[in-house]
Ligand binder design. Structure first.
Ligand code: GUN
Ligand code: ZN
Length: 450
């Protein structure tokens, strides 16, 4: 071809105009005024999938006003949500009736996950799962696959095709579950290693070493998980911790040589600054302290904790000034009952209420965005609208349903208080219907009404 093809319009720089809300700091530790950034009429300049400039429309108009623009009047544009704990193989078993954790695993979860030996089935579910994340405005997640390595391949292939920033891993489990979904300590080590070499840092993908929980791993398997973290220092550790009273009691029986549940992981070298522990409902004061020292993160999964009757997470203890622990929000689907991070924030608010605490809308939305990015050590790449970060963002409609339209006037909020009220209504009443569009690397990846 004698001349290069002209660059397509979508590959060149372009802008998004509207009202933007993101966080520049943690509102649990500083004032909300200093943590929240709100531009009632803002402009975001996108180039090559990243944020090239961001600020008030008036200030940027002279430099970028001539670029192609998409405007979203009467909407709220936010960074994509970050789900810090979810199981893709459990997509089809959401809302499984009547049991608490250990019975729920035996009765529903293990038979469901057995189906992921079939890679075609795994591919089908991976696509449904990722569609559902985007429909709900979730652009990054920390994901459990199943025990079968091919379930990880299916997931990463689907995520890579969509240019998503995702973290996932093969479940390691070598005891206390049916043979058909168990591996062995040695095979889990070998399979995980091969998957790390194949997928970790390929495009926007990252690997998490994923022992299911202390009950389903022998000491030997936990030690080998620790060895993987030594060999590959920038992979993650992802597991469950202190979710349910009966689970904690069983762990104490299985690990009599350990000080408690967290110590079973600690003695294997699994408590690091790249470790994410789901739940933590039953943590002791000493365990909170140890997580703080190690700079590990907790995924707070309120819909799951309520659904399985596990208990009420002590968010205020995790976010204490004395022993601060990184916290993100997790849906924990299929024990969680919604893919929506708005609905997850709603239930987090109610968990706080039951503990006589207040979770403000800004604190909740921080956990769903920049807080999640920090929990996943991804704050340099995603989580807010800082220039240079990936342009993964969502367009929320505060008037998405007749009732929301009735409650929320058309005018954009003009004060922090009005914004808080609008954000709170979104988190209490909003769900997938409130997500109008989801952008990945500056490109429209989902739109609910074209
Ligand atoms: N603990 C061990 N496995 C699981 C799981 O699949 N879901 C939840 N919620 N807790 C677990
Ligand atoms: Zn889980």
């Amino acid at each position: 071809m004698p001349f290069p093809e002209p660059a397509s319009a979508s590959l060149g720089p372009k802008t998004i105009r509207g009202s933007f809300l993101d966080f520049v700091d943690d509102p649990f530790y500083g004032s909300e005024e200093d943590s929240v950034r709100y531009l009632a009429d803002g402009l975001m300049v996108l180039e090559a999938g990243k944020i090239k400039a961001f600020g008030p429309f008036e200030a940027l108009q002279a430099d970028y006003g001539s670029l192609p623009t998409t405007a979203y009047p009467e909407r709220l544009i936010m960074p994509g949500f970050i789900d810090t704990h979810i199981h893709y193989p459990q997509t089809g078993m959401i809302a499984a009736y009547g049991e608490q954790l250990l019975e729920w695993l035996n009765q529903y979860t293990f038979p469901t996950e057995a189906k992921f030996q079939d890679q075609d089935y795994a591919r089908e579910v991976a696509d449904i799962f990722l569609d559902e994340l985007l429909r709900n405005g979730t652009t990054t997640a920390l994901v459990f696959a199943a025990v079968f390595p091919q379930s990880v391949d299916a997931f990463f292939e689907a995520a890579d095709r969509r240019h998503l920033c995702m973290i996932a891993g093969k479940v390691m489990m070598d005891r206390h579950a049916p043979d058909f979904i168990c591996d062995t300590a040695a095979s889990s080590y070998e399979d995980s290693k091969a998957l790390i070499q194949k997928w970790h840092k390929k495009g926007r993908l990252h690997y998490a070493v994923t022992p299911r929980f202390a009950i389903t791993s022998t000491d030997e398997q936990l030690q080998l998980a620790g060895q993987l973290l030594q060999e590959f220092p920038d992979v993650y550790l992802h597991t469950h911790l202190c979710e349910n009273v009966d689970e904690v009691a069983w762990v104490k029986e299985l690990f009599p040589h350990c000080q408690g549940y967290l110590d079973a992981y600690d003695q294997a070298g699994l408590v690091t600054d790249r470790s994410v522990f789901a739940h933590g409902v039953q943590l002791t004061d000493g365990e909170f302290q140890r997580l703080s020292e190690a700079q590990s993160a907790i995924a707070f999964c309120p819909t799951s904790n309520l659904f399985l009757g596990s208990g009420l997470f002590k968010l205020e203890q995790a976010k204490s000034t004395e022993y601060p622990v990184k916290v993100g929000l997790g849906t924990d689907v299929g024990a969680g009952t919604s893919f929506s991070m708005l609905q997850t924030a709603n239930e987090a608010y109610k968990v706080a209420q039951l503990r006589h605490q207040k979770l403000s809308p800004f604190k909740a939305l921080f956990l769903a965005t920049l807080g999640g990015a920090r929990a996943l050590c991804l704050e340099n790449a995603i989580g807010n609208f800082e220039v240079g970060k990936a342009a993964d963002f969502i367009v929320l409609d505060p008037r998405a349903t007749p009732l929301m339209a009735f409650r929320n006037g058309a005018a954009a909020p003009t004060s922090l208080q009005e914004l808080a009220d609008r954000a709170f209504s979104l988190m209490m009443m909003g769900d997938d219907r409130a997500v109008q569009a989801t952008y990945i690397l500056g490109e429209l990846a989902y739109e609910n009404r074209p």
